[in-house]
Design a protein around this ligand. Structure first.
Ligand SMILES: [Zn+2]
Length: 375
């Protein structure tokens, strides 16, 4: 039977109660975790999660689920209710400016320290002990602010997972995904089902995003204790469901079919696995240029999403209304690749991310935090 749970957040504020809403379906030792709109203004995942719950309920009634499915239908109630003068702000917490999908608490050091005396020869037992300690560490964290309380709650629901799908969207974008090298084949398969064009691949983005943090904890354990069952117990990826305004029943239904198709391919559900819509290309995340504007003004595009560009190509112009006699400023590609995401709002200030160009060659200026702009 499906089950609805509201995970109440600590630190919501005096007189305020906020909760993360989750639906669970099926049962079994394998856990599939899916969350919608950690960046609360990225709306397409909210409709996909709703459709997914409806489909999972039907499949459960037909005994066609072979795992436990956890669908967090609203991952970020804090960002969901932030408004400034009638403009929704869902990407960062207004009180601190913290991006909701950065700097998740990583408790790997605690797990490594505590597990060393309890390791067995059985990988399954070792993973169970690791998860138990991981839960213990998260339960012991004292959230210092509301974002940390939210992040802890989401991690607590995902620690048990064998599969994690973090559903986001970019500003204006083609469908694309972020994954580690070990999960690239799965991401390409899901991407093809979604109609994606690109999979951005990197072992560690340096951003401590949600899926990063989960993957890094397992990677830290595997590095400390090789061959003890900690190599790739989790398949995780971030899925960018096009642009924030690409909300439609038809798209959500298609995206839902894509997820179910992938899960069917891996024996998690019994379902018609469907067709591949595209053949996405895998690019190194270090090969994705994230272009910013050094100018303030009106952003006018000269290239479209999906265009293949080379270094030097004119991508956009910035019109400076206070310089009516000057030629427009130019934003040119710095590398060869595919234009996969663009800024949607046409008024920009210096420093704003304006687009992403995914290319096959790692770029020398891409280091440190490799995720820029939306993700
Ligand atoms: Zn996002």
């Amino acid at each position: 039977m499906s089950k609805l749970t509201r995970h109440v957040l600590d630190q919501s504020g005096s007189g305020v109660t906020m909760s993360v809403t989750e639906m669970c379906f099926g049962s079994g030792s394998t856990v599939v975790y899916c969350q919608a709109a950690l960046h609360a203004d990225e709306c397409p995942p909210l409709l996909v999660a709703r459709q997914l719950c409806q489909q999972l309920a039907v499949l459960e009634a037909q005994n066609r689920l072979h795992a436990e499915f956890r669908v967090v239908t609203q991952a970020n109630p804090i960002g969901g209710q932030q408004w400034v003068r009638q403009h929704h702000v869902g990407r960062v917490e207004l009180g601190t400016g913290q991006n909701f999908n950065r700097d998740f608490p990583n408790v790997a050091a605690f797990v490594v320290e505590e597990i060393q005396h309890r390791l067995t020869v059985d990988p399954v037992t070792n993973r169970a002990i690791a998860r138990e300690l991981w839960h213990e560490a998260l339960a012991g964290l004292i959230p210092e602010h509301p974002v940390m309380a939210l992040q802890r709650t989401l991690l607590q629901r995902a620690v048990d997972a064998d599969w994690v799908f973090d559903l986001h969207s970019d500003d204006e974008a083609e469908c694309h995904l972020y994954a580690t090298p070990g999960d690239m084949a799965v991401a390409l398969s899901l991407g093809g089902r979604l109609g994606a064009t690109a999979v951005l691949v990197e072992a560690d983005t340096g951003a401590q995003s949600f899926d990063d943090t989960l993957m890094q904890c397992w990677a830290t354990l595997d590095a400390a204790f090789p061959n003890r069952g900690f190599q790739s117990p989790l398949t995780a990826m971030t899925v960018e469901l096009r642009g924030t305004r690409d909300v439609s029943v038809a798209l959500a239904q298609s995206d839902c079919e894509a997820l179910l198709g992938l899960w069917s391919e891996h024996g998690l559900v019994t379902y018609d696995s469907g067709q591949l819509l595209t053949e996405p290309v895998a690019y190194p995340l270090r090969g994705m240029d994230v272009l910013t504007t050094p100018y303030c003004g009106l952003l006018v595009w000269r290239r479209s999403l999906g265009d293949l560009v080379t270094a030097g190509d004119l991508l956009a112009e910035i019109i400076e209304p206070d310089q009516p006699e000057r030629d427009p400023r130019q934003i040119r590609a710095r590398s060869e690749g595919r234009l996969i995401a663009r800024r949607g709002h046409p008024w920009v200030r210096a420093g704003d991310v304006v687009c992403k160009v995914a290319g096959s060659k790692p770029l020398s200026w891409r280091f440190g935090n490799l995720i820029g702009g939306r993700q």
